[in-house]
Design a protein around this ligand. Structure first.
Ligand code: GLO
Ligand code: MG
Length: 346
């Protein structure tokens, strides 16, 4: 039997958020980036995810040379703290140039901005010693169908991915699909779409996917099936575990918060496919509740990790042989109860 994986965990600085929502201000005082790094270390997480401007603040106002210099300084600090950078992601959804989309904007000049910024992001990743570039395609989609052409958008997207692949032979691009929010409809809403896009690029082997549980749920899909699908193609290179209560705004709830059973199924899918065997991290893209007091600020992350670890034990102690027998007998009623009682500790 294959060796059991010792999972490695990470999160991003944006996961220690301050409680603002579209209707109200922050509820916790802002903390520095260094404080967030210190929290990560203190609580035994191995790696940090970075947006390009987490690594180099105000990136758009800085020269290539300055960006490299600041990235090198950050790398030194990370080395000093013993923190690994899991990935770097271009935060393409804030800039005025991306109002009408980033890689798929109708404006040639603005598409070029998105590409140039992504190349700088790859340079930062190089310096931080990670080959993983995460692309959450936040503004690639439409609010108004007639304003864009989905086929042309795909051409633009592939053109941008090809430029990134050509810029650095080591970089691996990891598409993080999400079906909606901020867009009404995204052009790459699911893992199937992302895998299909990869096949159109100049180097499909270096274009993979990142599954976020909540994004799969928002697409009406089962995150565990998305995991099995992506791993069948050898393309699951990162993971944002969290939870989501139905089809509404993106909630980024703690892992297992809504459905323990779904969380169990996601881990079962990770385990049977050997996620982590090539060094992949388990990342939690979760946010504290708005009501969370500053002294409980890390709990959503610690609880997500704890739930994950407890459920790994549940998956490993699940009687797979007995389950297979019930499957062979098509006794899914008993299988259903068996899963429930296992989760209930019976
Ligand atoms: C939002 C996304 C976002 C990304 C992050 C990394 O819905 O999940 O949090 O994961 O910006 O690119
Ligand atoms: Mg995410």
């Amino acid at each position: 039997m294959a060796k059991k994986i010792d999972y490695k965990f990470c999160f991003g600085p944006w996961n220690i958020s301050e409680g603002q929502d579209p209707y109200g201000p922050t509820t916790r005082p802002a903390q520095t980036f260094d404080w967030k790094l210190a929290q990560l270390k203190k609580h035994g997480f191995e790696a940090m995810m970075f947006h390009d401007d987490d690594a180099v603040p105000d990136i758009d106002s800085k020269s290539e040379q300055q960006i490299r210099k600041e990235a090198k300084e950050l790398k030194k600090r990370l080395d000093g703290l013993g923190i690994v950078a899991e990935m770097v992601a271009p935060r393409l959804w804030f800039a005025p140039q991306t109002i009408d989309g980033a890689y798929t904007s109708n404006s040639k000049k603005d598409r070029q901005y998105a590409i140039d910024r992504s190349l700088r992001c790859i340079d930062i990743a190089n310096i931080l010693d990670t080959d993983l570039i995460v692309l959450w395609l936040a503004r690639e989609g439409s609010y108004l169908r007639e304003s864009k052409d989905a086929g042309r958008a795909l051409d633009y997207l592939v053109e941008a991915l090809d430029k990134m692949l050509a810029h650095d032979k080591r970089a691996r691009l990891c598409i993080e699909p999400k079906p909606n929010e901020p867009m009404d409809h995204a052009y790459v809403p699911t893992i199937g779409h992302a895998v299909a896009v990869s096949s159109l690029t100049r180097d499909p082997k270096r274009v993979g996917v990142l599954i976020e549980s909540a994004h799969a749920i928002l697409a009406g899909l089962d995150p565990a099936d998305e995991i099995d699908f992506a791993m069948k193609f050898g393309k699951l290179w990162s993971l944002h575990l969290n939870d989501q209560n139905g089809l509404k705004y993106d909630q980024d709830r703690p892992f297992g918060n809504v459905s323990l059973r779904s969380a169990f199924d996601q881990i079962r899918a990770l385990e049977r496919n050997g996620y982590g065997r090539n060094g992949e991290y388990v990342c939690f893209d979760v946010h504290p509740f708005r009501t969370t007091k500053p002294e409980h600020w890390m709990d959503h992350l610690l609880n997500s990790r704890r739930t994950f670890e407890l459920l790994v034990k549940k998956v490993r102690s699940f009687d797979e042989k007995a389950a297979a027998k019930l499957v062979a007998d098509r006794n899914y009623q008993a299988l259903d109860q068996m899963v429930l009682e296992h989760l209930l500790g019976k």
